[in-house]
Design a protein around this ligand. Structure first.
Ligand code: IMP
Ligand code: MG
Length: 178
């Protein structure tokens, strides 16, 4: 693994914090104060942990559950197939859901997750992603709340991994070779 000191920074810790706060305020305006957050694991764990606290400061009282999907193997190219690793454990029936993930790329992961939550009878499913890579969509998919648009690079940190490394970095950077 490359030393993290050699990873160029795209978004610093304070830039991310300001964006998360802004997103929480937009979510409160659009969704009100009562809804259920479903955090996608593993990649969405850092963003969702900061987002729910920002939602609290924005006046929201979300319930929280987790959904684990996998689409990437150990490399940087999507396998194109999404698998359910662990379903939610709480009921979303009749609830407004905010589905939270780190990044929207092909759209396959979030499309799969949204469909699953609608099958579990959520009354609506809105999407919040910290990052979006434009021009990479393989399915027609729209996110309701987007933090930053990123260039076509393999990004790591703040929950995003390469082969399950770098998730702990407090900033978002990119790997030079990709
Ligand atoms: P999608 O299904 O192609 O939209 O990809 C979504 C999933 O792939 C995300 O939840 C991430 O876990 C992972 N992913 C996509 N692009 C990147 C990247 O640049 N770095 C790290 N993970 C990524
Ligand atoms: Mg990942």
């Amino acid at each position: 693994m490359a030393d993290h000191a050699s990873i160029p920074v795209l978004f610093s810790t304070p830039e991310i914090a300001a964006k998360v706060k802004e997103m929480a305020e937009a979510i409160r305006k659009a969704m009100g104060t009562e809804f259920m957050v479903i955090a996608l694991l593993k990649g969405g764990f850092v963003f969702s942990a900061d987002l729910v606290r920002a939602l609290h400061h924005a006046g929201c009282s979300p319930q929280i559950d987790f959904l684990t999907l996998s689409s990437y193997g150990e490399g940087t190219e999507s396998t194109g197939t999404v698998a359910l690793a662990k379903d939610i454990t709480d009921s979303v029936q009749g609830k407004k859901v905010l589905l939270v993930d780190d990044i929207l790329e092909s759209g396959r992961t979030l499309a799969y997750a949204k469909e699953l939550l609608l099958k579990h009878d959520a009354s609506s499913v809105s999407i919040a992603v910290l990052l979006e890579k434009p021009g990479k969509r393989k399915v027609n998919f729209h996110a309701d709340f987007v933090g930053f648009t990123v260039p076509d690079k393999f990004v790591v940190g703040y929950g995003l991994d390469f082969a399950n490394h770098y998730r702990e970095l407090p900033f978002i950077g990119y790997l030079e070779k990709h």
